[in-house]
Design a protein around this ligand. Structure first.
Ligand SMILES: Nc1ncnc2c1ncn2[C@@H]1O[C@H](COP(=O)(O)OP(=O)(O)O)[C@@H](O)[C@H]1O
Ligand SMILES: [Mg+2]
Length: 308
């Protein structure tokens, strides 16, 4: 749809929801809503609760801008609802959304495509914890819930006892937990917009760990943009990001997180609804490519559709 056509429709910005990332989603959603209103769209904010189907109807939503993070929004479920009732929506479709939200499935697809990702194992609730921990021979490792975000429920474990504890914490968020080799190195993220990689950002958290506070508290993280990699490494990382998005089947905007260890560019995960808050990475990368926030929001909105 063109921008002029979209300006004739009621755009519902779906935000909030019930995931652990609710507060971040509200910040993302409100930033998008403000930009759309400022650019002359008929936009309304909708807090996506269990009454979402009724709200979409009563508010007369004709196009949905999905600003939900985590489960129940970024995972294909809301995309499925919108497909069912025929409301075009932004971003990735059902399958890509569910695959990307699940770090285990994402890593299997990356490996199948020959794309680099840290070595890993999986713990499922009900597995013998001692048996799983005894399979891990090298520390430190990272334990993280398969379907969570914002570094919620993530532990760096230096030994078996810490891993047991970390698995128990992560299992409080999801029934599957990824146990990944801890990569000591630089951390980067590559945003991809409509199949094109934006400039790479290196994140340098002051605490040394890019956790929830480092992600969302102003001044807690240094962002190096463009990141200082030579032209060849830059191109390779951007290509891996685009390939990862294509392998998962993403549409619109996405963001691929990496750890860099020497020559290795190891892909951690693919985010299909990147944050759009004041400290978020996608808007920074877009700005570096000459795309301001309002333009970015409109580019994402233009990609709204069904059956992706
Ligand atoms: N294998 C790893 N080695 C080192 N650090 C990691 C590893 N996996 C995750 N991290 C750290 O934890 C953060 C969150 O992990 P990530 O896989 O991106 O999940 P999410 O952002 O969905 O919480 C990363 O930004 C990184 O700082
Ligand atoms: Mg991440």
């Amino acid at each position: 749809m063109t921008r002029e056509e979209l300006k004739q429709r009621t755009v519902g910005v779906l935000m909030g929801g019930v995931s652990a990332e609710r507060e971040i989603s509200l910040r993302t959603g409100n930033a998008i809503l403000t930009a759309l209103l400022g650019a002359g769209y008929k936009a309304i904010g909708i807090d996506a609760g269990p009454d979402l189907p009724q709200r979409l109807q009563s508010e007369g939503v004709e196009v949905a801008f999905i600003a939900l993070h985590g489960r129940g929004g970024e995972d294909g479920s809301v995309q499925g609802l919108l497909e069912t009732i025929g409301i075009p929506y932004t971003g990735s479709g059902i399958l890509a959304s569910s695959l990307a939200l699940d770090k285990v499935m994402t890593k299997r697809i990356l490996l199948q495509q020959g794309l680099p990702t840290p070595l890993f194992d999986v713990y499922r609730i009900g597995d013998d914890l001692t048996a799983v921990v005894s399979r891990i021979k090298t520390y430190p490792v990272i334990a993280k819930p398969a379907r969570e975000g914002s570094t919620i429920g993530v532990t760096i474990a230096g030994d078996a006892a810490a891993l047991r504890q970390g698995l128990t914490v992560a299992a409080g968020y999801d029934r599957q937990v990824v146990i990944e080799e801890f990569i000591k190195g630089r951390e980067t993220t590559v945003s991809v917009l409509d199949g094109v990689a934006l400039p790479i950002i290196e994140v340098v958290p002051k605490s040394g760990f890019y956790d929830f506070a480092s992600k969302y508290t102003a001044g807690q993280t240094e962002y190096l943009l463009p990141a200082a990699f030579d032209a060849q490494v830059t191109a390779r990382m951007q290509q891996i990001a685009v390939d990862a998005c294509n392998a998962i089947g993403c549409s619109g905007a996405a963001r691929v997180d990496f750890m860099v260890r020497g020559d290795e560019l190891l892909c951690l995960e693919v985010n299909t609804i990147p944050g759009m808050t004041a400290t978020s990475l996608l808007p920074k990368a877009a700005a570096a490519a000459g795309i301001d926030f309002t333009e970015l929001v409109q580019r994402i909105l233009e990609g709204a559709g069904l059956d992706k």
